[in-house]
Design a protein around this ligand. Sequence first.
Ligand SMILES: C[S@@+](CC[C@H](N)C(=O)[O-])C[C@H]1O[C@@H](n2cnc3c(N)ncnc32)[C@H](O)[C@@H]1O
Length: 177
Amino acid sequence: MTVPAVQWVVGDVEGLPFRDGVFRHAVSNLGVIYSPAPQLVLREIWRVLAPGGRLAFSAHVAHGFGMRAAALVNAHMGVPAVVPEGVRQWADPSALQALWPGEVRTRSIVVHEEHASVEAFWDFSVRERRHVRQVVRMLAPDGVEAFRREFLDLASRYTGPDGFRVAHEYLVVIVDK
Ligand SMILES: C[S@@+](CC[C@H](N)C(=O)[O-])C[C@H]1O[C@@H](n2cnc3c(N)ncnc32)[C@H](O)[C@@H]1O
């Protein structure tokens, strides 16, 4: 398989550094949704897509485990370190439809995550999840213990006889110009 050359460009999705109508596809995996201004972003993407172009992006569903864990991280961090409130707008198909002149289609995808126990999930998260690691590094020992307790309490709601198991649900949104 030949991989085409990729040109990487750093830019703000609320004001893309590209001319009108130059792309056939725009893809964003949990990226554009971090802008609190979907109106601005969708107008920008519409602008840079060619006629007949397609945008596909993934978004967090509002009430999944991920959003609850993010709220916990934010509460202990004292600032919205992950998944700011505005992100919810991106998982509301009718709100998106009101902003996009073409048809908005969505489907849900589920990614399973399993660990032997809630404690194993905690260890994994401290090791592998940047924001969890940041909170742990930032807090004093009693703060870490309070965060850990609440984290385990949340995770234990997703725990059965075989340990921690969560089905992370995401929304995939596909819109055509
Ligand atoms: C969850 S990460 C993206 C993950 C990545 N797409 C992947 O699949 O691994 C969210 C990214 O959105 C970027 N981001 C947030 N607001 C942005 C904006 N206004 N314009 C461009 N990028 C933005 C952040 O810098 C961060 O890198």
